[in-house]
Design a protein around this ligand. Structure first.
Ligand code: SF4
Length: 484
C-alpha cells in the first residue's frame, strides 16, 4: 500500500511533492518534511489526482485560500461548475471544495478532479443524504461507501464532522442561530432521530483506514461553529473542539494528514484566542477557518466582513482561509461572485503573510509600488492581484495606448498628480534639498502650536454645546430631540 505524505515524512523521506512545495514556498525541502512529519502542515495529494500541482497548508507557510464551488438542488449545471472551477483557479484559489448537492454528483466531481491543478475537497455527507433521501435514513455503511468511492475518484481532502457528539447537542439550546453548519445540522438530526452517537465518530478508525490508503487529508469539520456573533466561543463550540483534538491524534497515529476547521462568526477581539486555543488543543494541526465574519449586519458584503476576520485569523496563525462571497447567506454564488470573494481573501491572506514576514511576501508589494512610482502602467497591471480589473478600471477613463506611459491617471489628473509633482521637485538623483535654516524651526514656538490646542486630532469637548435648538426642538447629547 503506498504511504501517505505524513508517513513518508516521519520516515525521513523528502518526497517529490515536498520538493515541489519547497520550491513554491522559497523553503528548504527538509523544513517542509519536518513540518509535515510533526503534523503542523499537510500536503493534500490523493494518489489518484494526476493533474495536481502539490501545495502545502501549514502556519509556517504562505496562507492559503479555498474557494467553494458546486451546484445546488435549485441552480447550476455541469458546464457552469467547470466555469466556476476555472474562475476559482484563474483568480488564485489554492484549493477548491466541490460542495455539490444537486444532480450528477459523480460526473461533476470526476470532471473537477480531472481538470483541477489544485487540491479538491468534498463533504461526503452531502452525497450520503442525497442517496439516502433524508438525514435520518443514512446508514453508516452508506456513509463509508460514499467516502471510499470519493477517495477512489481522487478527492484530496474531505470534511468529516466527526467531532459533533450526541452529548454536545443540548449545549446549543440557548443559541440565537442553533446549528448552522450543513454537515453539523444533518448529523444532529441523525443523532436525535436515531438516539445514537455520530456515525462519523463511531466509524472514525475505519474512515482513517480509507484515508491512509489513498492519502486523503481529513479536514475535521466544525459542525457546531457559531452562526452569529452571539453564539461565538460558546460551550458547544469548545466542547466540539476538544473532540477534534482527540480525533486529530487518532488520525495522525494512523498516518492520516489532518487539518481542523474553525468558525464562522466571531467578534474581532475573540479571533486570536480562538486560533490559539485550536492550535493548543489540536497540537498545531493546520487551522482552516471560514472567515470568520466579524459582524452580522452586512448581508451582500460578507466577503468584506469575513475577509477582515480572516486577516486577523491568519495573522494569529490560521493556515487556510475558506473564502466567502458577496452571496453568503443569500444565494448560490456565480462566477463573478467567485472572483470577488477570492480577491477579498487573497488580500486577507497576503496582508497576513506580509505582517508575519513570510519569505518573499513583501517583495510583491515593493515591486508593484516601484512600477506605480515609475508610471509603468503595464507592469503595474501585470503585478496586480486582479490584473484584468486593474487594467479595465484604468482604461475606463484613459483607454488610449499613449496613456500607458502617462505621468498621471484620471484620479487626480495631470496637473494634480502628486507622484509627478514629487518627481519634478527632486533633483536628478531623486533627492530633495533641505532649505537652509529649516532644521532650526521651533515648532513649539509657532502660532500653530497654541492655535491647535488641545492636541491636534482630538475633540475639544468643552467647545461642544450642551444644547442645540433647531426649529424649536432642543437636542442634548443624552436625548435626541424630544425634550423641549
Ligand atoms: S494622478 Fe493621482 S492616483 Fe493617478 S498616478 Fe498620479 S498620484 Fe497616483
Amino acid at each position: 500500500m503506498p504511504e501517505t505524505q505524513l508517513e513518508r515524512a516521519r520516515s525521513g523521506e523528502v518526497t517529490p511533492a515536498m520538493e515541489r512545495v519547497a520550491e513554491r514556498e522559497n523553503r528548504d525541502p527538509a523544513f517542509v518534511r519536518r513540518e509535515v512529519a510533526e503534523g503542523r502542515a499537510v500536503i493534500p495529494n490523493n494518489h489518484a489526482h494526476e493533474s495536481l500541482d502539490p501545495m502545502v497548508i501549514g502556519r509556517a507557510f504562505a496562507t492559503k485560500v479555498n474557494a467553494n464551488i458546486g451546484n445546488s438542488e435549485t441552480t447550476s449545471d455541469r458546464s457552469e461548475e467547470l466555469e466556476k472551477l476555472h474562475a476559482a483557479v484563474h483568480y488564485g484559489a489554492d484549493t477548491v471544495m466541490d460542495l455539490s448537492t444537486g444532480d450528477a454528483l459523480d460526473a461533476t466531481r470526476e470532471a473537477n478532479v480531472a481538470h483541477s491543478p489544485v487540491p479538491v475537497g468534498t463533504v461526503p455527507i452531502y452525497e450520503a443524504v442525497k442517496r439516502a433521501g433524508s438525514p435520518e435514513a443514512i446508514a453508516p455503511e452508506l456513509l463509508l461507501n460514499v467516502i471510499e468511492k470519493q477517495a477512489e475518484q481522487g478527492v484530496d481532502y474531505m470534511t468529516i464532522h466527526a467531532g459533533i457528539l450526541a452529548e454536545h447537542l443540548p449545549l446549543t439550546d440557548g443559541r440565537k442561530t442553533g446549528i448552522v453548519s450543513r454537515g453539523g445540522s444533518i448529523l444532529a438530526e441523525w443523532m436525535e432521530e436515531r438516539g445514537a452517537q455520530n456515525p462519523l465518530y463511531a466509524e472514525f478508525e475505519a474512515i482513517c483506514e480509507v484515508f491512509a490508503e489513498h492519502d486523503v487529508t481529513v479536514s475535521l469539520g466544525d459542525g457546531l461553529r457559531p452562526g452569529c456573533l452571539a453564539d461565538a466561543s460558546d460551550e458547544a463550540q469548545f466542547a466540539e473542539l476538544d473532540a477534534l483534538g482527540e480525533l486529530t491524534r487518532t488520525a495522525q497515529e494512523r498516518g492520516v494528514q489532518v487539518m481542523v476547521e474553525g468558525p464562522g462568526h466571531v467578534p474581532m477581539d475573540e479571533i486570536a484566542e480562538n486560533v490559539e486555543r485550536q492550535q493548543s488543543v489540536c497540537d498545531g494541526a493546520p487551522f482552516y477557518v471560514l472567515g470568520p465574519l466579524v459582524t452580522d449586519v452586512a448581508p451582500g458584503y460578507d466577503h468584506i466582513t469575513s475577509a477582515i476576520g480572516a486577516t486577523e485569523a491568519a495573522r494569529a496563525g490560521a493556515a487556510m482561509l475558506c473564502y466567502v462571497t458577496p452571496k453568503e447567506h443569500l444565494g448560490l454564488p456565480e462566477a463573478e461572485d467567485v472572483r470577488d470573494g477570492l480577491a477579498a481573501y487573497r488580500i486577507a491572506a497576503h496582508a497576513a503573510d506580509v505582517a508575519n514576514d513570510r519569505p518573499g511576501a513583501r517583495d510583491w508589494d515593493d515591486a508593484l509600488s516601484e512600477a506605480r512610482y515609475e508610471f509603468d502602467w503595464r507592469r503595474q497591471f501585470d503585478l496586480a492581484l486582479d490584473p484584468e480589473r486593474a487594467r479595465s478600471y484604468h482604461d475606463q477613463t484613459l483607454p488610449g495606448d499613449n496613456y500607458k506611459e502617462a505621468r498621471f491617471c484620471s484620479m487626480c489628473g495631470a496637473e494634480f498628480c502628486s507622484m509627478r509633482i514629487d518627481q519634478d521637485a527632486r533633483d536628478a538623483d531623486g533627492e530633495m534639498t533641505a532649505i537652509e535654516g529649516a532644521e532650526e524651526t521651533d515648532l513649539d514656538a509657532s502660532a500653530a502650536a497654541s492655535a491647535n490646542l488641545p492636541p491636534v486630532g482630538t475633540h475639544d469637548t468643552s467647545r461642544v454645546p450642551d444644547r442645540i435648538e433647531i426649529e424649536g426642538v432642543t437636542f442634548t447629547p443624552e436625548a435626541s430631540g424630544d425634550d423641549d
